[in-house]
Write a protein that binds this ligand. Structure first.
Ligand code: SF4
Ligand code: SF4
Length: 288
């Protein structure tokens, strides 16, 4: 069972939901929570975790070797990302723009662009009580989130069985990192707020998930503020609103102290129970 938790914009409560749902489900199930917001992972701030193991993560980028280069310009022609240019006297590679597709390296007639490993970040595996927690973080200066997200998903797939519930705390927005984080999920929970901004960005996220042909449900956070547009829209579009997390000062206080909510606020626990029932009743990912 692979469930991605995503949102059209940051700050909607995606991490709050991920950490609380992960901890709640782990009380009776085998669960791994995976923070895939690799540019700014913050699930760990809410989990009192113990580090089990840390792994350096690498990507491949070409490195120019002048020995046999004839400055033919082929590498520049084949790179779709303008990450390599041929000048009069040398070839320059811009690793920040490189997507590691190997085209320039493979198509160089003189083997002058061998691919080399470059460290892009770290993956850490933690334990929080019964909950497994995996967090990946890009190194400062690294700009490509997708390769690290992809390697993190591979790590989780290799390490955990099919029966493990996998929760992906995805990056916000609708760009490549979100698509990478959600493309393999059996179900996507979209977290939003009942405000005009929340509604606008939710519609973008729904459109993206529809292109990916994902089954989706919505969780409304800070329910009680704003208006009813989100709920009305979901009804009209036949999208289930699985839970509504109330707007409550106590929640904001606990959040600001980096604490979990469901064990202290009954209303939050009830909403998590609704989500749990929803995913088990629907037999998402073939689990019961
Ligand atoms: S394709 Fe190879 S030989 Fe041609 S300019 Fe690029 S690095 Fe040099
Ligand atoms: S590996 Fe691909 S993306 Fe990177 S510089 Fe070469 S052609 Fe461009």
């Amino acid at each position: 069972m692979k469930i991605a938790i995503a949102s059209g914009k940051g700050g909607t409560g995606k991490t709050t939901l991920s950490t609380n749902l992960g901890s709640f489900l782990a009380e009776n199930n085998d669960v791994v929570l995976v923070d895939l917001d690799v540019e700014e992972p913050n699930s760990g701030l809410f989990l009192k975790s113990t580090l089990i193991k840390k792994y350096d993560k690498f990507r491949m980028v070409p490195e120019w070797d002048l020995t046999n280069c004839t400055l033919c310009g082929n590498c520049q022609k084949v790179c779709n990302f303008h990450a390599v240019i041929t000048l009069k006297t040398k070839v320059m590679v811009f690793p920040q723009l490189c997507h590691g597709c190997y085209a320039c390296s493979e198509l160089c007639p003189n083997n002058s662009l061998p691919m080399k490993q470059e460290k892009m970040g770290e993956l850490k595996h933690f334990k929080v009580g019964k909950l497994n927690f995996v967090e990946s973080r890009l190194d400062v200066g690294q700009e490509q989130a997708v390769p690290l997200i992809s390697q993190t998903l591979e790590f989780v797939d290799e390490k955990y069985t099919k029966e493990t519930i996998k929760l992906y705390d995805s990056p916000p927005g609708t760009s490549c990192p979100v698509i990478e984080a959600t493309k393999d999920a059996d179900f996507v929970i979209l977290v939003t707020e009942p405000t005009p901004f929340g509604f606008h960005d939710l519609k973008l996220a729904i459109d993206t998930m529809r292109v990916l042909k994902k089954e989706i449900g919505v969780v409304v956070n800070r329910y009680g503020i704003g208006n009813n547009d989100v709920i009305d829209y979901c009804e009209k579009e036949n999208i289930p609103v699985i839970a509504t997390i109330p707007n409550d000062r106590k929640i904001a206080e606990l959040y600001s102290r980096g604490e979990l909510l469901y064990d202290k606020i009954t209303e939050v626990k009830k909403e998590l129970e609704k989500i749990s029932k929803f995913i088990f009743d629907r037999n998402i990912g073939g689990n019961k």
